[in-house]
Design a protein around this ligand. Structure first.
Ligand SMILES: [Ca+2]
Ligand SMILES: [Ca+2]
Length: 219
């Protein structure tokens, strides 16, 4: 091979080789970008799946500043205060129900009744900043995109790393009543159900009081 031909040959080989390497890098970059996009999409999809629901008792809205969305709002309901049967848990039923099959009149089944809060003026003004006695209680079912949630009784602030959704006071049925009711957190800025101020005495809750004894109380 004459010298000029040899140089040309080498140059061409070098260029081809370089182009091939550059192409491989280009393909690798596209590959990484595709994988990153896929991972981002998967992360977005996972975030949409992660989350918890909770009931905000006493309110019709959720906490939008935390990105928490409202699933529905409605009425807090439970068993009649002076009856021992029925459920002991509280339910939050939608404001606008859709009815299944039913037979008019009472047919001997379990009962679901609207809830009212009872509290004398002194306690009521201290806890809720207004008179709440005999007012009917609304509720909201909220969905947070956080991985877990907990209601902490006996605290006014969250522990580090947690986000406050709402605060309130624990309420339940009175010990001398026949009906039991879950301990729940009733929002200290509670709203009222419209036209629910009457003394209905159906499902009733009252603020819970800590009794010192087995629970160590401060001196
Ligand atoms: Ca009432
Ligand atoms: Ca009452």
């Amino acid at each position: 091979m004459r010298p000029i031909a040899k140089v040309l040959y080498l140059w061409i080989v070098y260029c081809l080789s370089y182009a091939e390497m550059d192409q491989r890098r280009f393909v690798a970059e596209i590959d990484i970008e595709t994988k990153m996009n896929n991972l981002e999409n998967e992360l977005t999809a996972l975030k949409a799946l992660v989350g918890h629901t909770y009931i905000r008792w006493g309110r019709t809205i959720c906490q939008p500043v935390n990105g928490t969305e409202l699933l529905y709002s409605g009425y807090m309901v439970g068993d009649k205060w002076d009856q021992s049967g029925g459920g002991s848990n509280n339910l939050c039923i939608p404001e606008v129900p859709t009815w299944g099959q039913y037979v008019d009149g009472y047919n001997g089944g379990a009962e679901i009744r609207g809830t009212e809060i009872e509290s004398d003026a002194t306690v009521s003004n201290l806890l809720f900043g207004k008179a709440v006695d005999n007012h009917d209680v609304p509720c909201a079912v909220c969905r947070s995109n956080r991985a877990s949630h907990v209601m902490i009784p006996g605290r006014t602030t969250c522990y580090p790393g947690w986000t406050e959704e709402y605060r309130g006071y624990v309420v339940a049925s009175k010990p001398t009543w026949a009906s039991n009711s879950d301990y729940i957190c009733l929002d200290s800025m509670m709203e009222f159900v419209a036209h629910g101020a009457g003394n209905d005495n159906e499902h009733v809750v009252r603020p819970a009081e800590v009794r010192c004894g087995s629970i160590p109380c401060p001196p």
